[in-house]
Each structure stands twice: as C-alpha cells, then as structure tokens.
Design a protein around this ligand. Structure first.
Ligand code: SAH
Ligand code: SF4
Length: 349
C-alpha cells in the first residue's frame, strides 16, 4: 500500500502531525527543514528526530520524492527531466538558466484534459492530477540536478517557477495553489517570481483573482477570433474570447497585476497580419503584454513554425499598437522541451 506523502504538507500541518503522534510541535518544524531545505528523501535520514518518532511516522508516511527516469540537456543549459512521481505515471519538468536566475517549469497534471490541437501533452490524453507535493518535488529535483550539473552553486536554488509544464493548472486549482504557497513559504520563492499559465479557463481566472496574490498570470490565447480559437482549443469553446478578456480585466483591476498573453505562432494558421491586427484590437486598453511563442515542432504534427520574417511582422503590428511584446527564446529546442514532448517519446509508463 502506498503511504501518504509528507511532501506537500505545510510547516503548520507538519507541526500538527507531530503533536498528533505525541511529540513536541517543533519536531514538525525540523521535519519541514529536512524535506524542503535539505532535500531529505527518507524519514529514517532525519537524524535529529527521536527514533521513536521516526518509527511512528514511517508507519503511514513517506517523504514522497520522485525518481529521475531520464535527463536530456540542451546546448543552452536548459535540461529536461522525465520523472516518476510518487503516485506513478511519468511527468516532465524543465530547468532553465537565465542571467542571474534559475527557473523551473512545473507540470500540474499527467496529460491534459484540454487537448489543444497543437500540443503534445493534450494529444496524449488526461491521466490524473498531480498532488501539491509532486509539484514541489519537481522544483527540488530540478534544483538538485542543476547543482549536480554545476549550473547552480552548491548553495544555489531555483529562483523562479512557471506553471507551464504538462496540464492546465486552473483545472487542478487546489493542489496548484497549495504548491504556490509552499513554494513561497517553505522554499522562499517570491510570489512575483511565480507564474501560472492558463489556457483561459474563465472560472479559474475569477477564483485566482479573489485570492489576490502577487503572482503573474499568463493566459494562452493563440487566436483573436472565436472561430479559430475553437479549432485550436476545442475543449474550452464554451468560453468566448470576450468572456476571457472580461475575466482578465477583472483580474487586473482586482490584483493590480499586469497579465501576460501567450500566443503560440503557427505557420499559415494564426500568423497573418489580419490576425495580429485583430489581437491588437482585442487587447486594446488592457494592462498586459504579449509573449509570442514560435511553435516548437512536435513529431507527427502537421503544424509548423512561421518563418522569422513573418514572426517579426506579426510582432511589429502589435508594437505599433502600443503593446509590449516579448518573444520566447528558443530554449531547449534540441531536447524536445515543448510541453509533453518527452513523455510522448518515451511512451506511457
Ligand atoms: N495549460 C497551460 C499551461 C501549459 S502549456 C496553458 O496552455 O497555458 C504552456 C504554454 O506552452 C502554452 O502557452 C502552450 O500553448 C504552449 N505550447 C504547448 N505546446 C507547444 C509547442 N509545441 N510549441 C510552442 N508552444 C507550445
Ligand atoms: Fe493542455 Fe496547455 Fe497543452 Fe492546451 S496547451 S493541451 S491547455 S497543456
């Protein structure tokens, strides 16, 4: 029988657990240090906890770390890990070094129920939600691998987290938010260094707005008209673009935070001048910026990446309308780093 995961419990929950097992509360704080700051994998290795407490804990609990099944490295320092999480199935997580920061791209589900037309994760179907502890495990494991590969100093740590791996975070809201709070409180990652990317699940955007957090919300649009959006994102077609934009406006007003709109550029599909102009008018007056993501080609997919000149022209239309545009660097291009690609290649486990 699988035991329960300690990873994913807050410091207060660990203190409560210690008290329930007849120990002083500070033993829970010590356990939190072992799990979140010292990367401890086995209860028995928490050597400053009394042996009796460790034995009692061990009856029902396990730390709950994953094992690394595969690692692939890109030339630019990006690396991707294929992990076997505690509760099974394979997930991907990516480590990305940037100047002065180290970012981890976290998966929130195994597979994804949304099934966007161009996305390798969606094509593989939906398996299950990940638990908060399994999300934190990805950040810890990426940090450890980065130290091993000498991309981070021995005392270095992951500084930024983007929930942009496999899955739709707002369809696994509670676990994702529990992970956000653990990252902030136990791993000391600033809220402003945390980004949640959603495909535009409107009820989730309102719910996140009411949490009033200083994290960054990224909304994947991919189209400026409902007809095209329905083709690219079929399982969210009950939410029209006007509803998504209204939810985003509410989010901006409520949190004071600027929204990032992601737009995956697909050759001959959503990369025209007219589409760029429609996007500019859709976003007019919103406190936002646009992140253009040239399509990362997926094996077996008919979609292609537009030529650089087309990408540049698309970008110019937005910029001329006063919208700030960033373009995702082609990080990890050689390592199947687009969402869902590595798991697909390895086949389900
Ligand atoms: N489900 C969420 C978060 C995960 S996907 C969402 O869709 O926003 C993170 C981003 O990667 C999304 O903007 C998605 O459109 C993009 N993406 C997925 N597959 C891609 C590919 N093959 N090439 C480029 N971007 C891709
Ligand atoms: Fe799911 Fe995001 Fe991929 Fe769409 S792009 S299938 S929402 S992971």
């Amino acid at each position: 029988m699988l035991k329960k995961m300690l990873l994913g419990l807050t410091g207060d929950q660990l203190k409560g657990l210690a008290a329930d097992l007849g120990e002083k509360e500070f033993r829970g704080k010590q356990a939190a240090d072992w799990i979140y700051r010292r990367g401890c994998r086995r209860i028995d290795d928490m050597t400053d906890l009394p042996a009796q407490f460790r034995i009692k804990l061990d009856e029902l609990w396990e730390v709950g770390r994953s094992s690394v099944e595969k690692i692939s490295s890109g030339r630019d320092g990006t690396f991707k890990l294929l992990l076997l999480p505690y509760y099974g199935e394979l997930v991907e997580t990516v480590g990305m070094p940037y100047e002065g920061r180290f970012s981890c791209c976290v998966s929130t589900q195994v597979g994804c129920p949304v099934g966007c037309a161009f996305c390798a994760t969606g094509a593989g179907g939906f398996k299950r939600n990940l638990a908060a502890g399994e999300m934190i495990d990805q950040v810890l494991t990426v940090g450890e691998a980065a130290v091993r590969e000498k991309m981070l100093a021995a005392d270095g740590r992951v500084s930024h987290v983007v929930f942009m791996g496999m899955g739709e975070p707002l369809l696994n809201y509670d676990a994702t938010m529990a992970a956000v709070h653990l990252l902030n409180e136990e791993l000391k990652i600033g809220m402003r260094n945390i980004t949640i990317s959603t495909i535009g699940y409107v009820p989730g955007i309102y719910r996140l707005a009411s949490a009033s957090l200083q994290l960054t919300l990224a909304v994947s649009l991919h189209a400026a008209g409902d007809g095209l959006r329905r083709k690219l994102v079929p399982n969210m077609s009950r939410y029209l673009l006007k509803d998504i934009i209204a939810a985003c406006r509410h989010y901006i007003n409520h949190t004071g935070r600027r929204i990032t709109f992601e737009y995956c550029l697909l050759k001959g599909v959503n990369d025209s001048h007219a589409e760029a102009a429609a996007l500019a008018s859709l976003l007019k007056g919103l406190n936002c910026h646009v992140n253009l993501i040239p399509f990362n080609e997926v094996q077996g997919s008919d979609y292609r990446r537009p030529d650089p000149a087309v990408i540049m022209a698309f970008r110019r239309v937005l910029e001329t309308s006063g919208i700030t545009v960033t373009q995702r660097e082609q990080k990890g291009a050689g390592i199947q780093a687009a969402c869902g690609q590595l798991r697909r290649q390895s086949g389900p486990k």
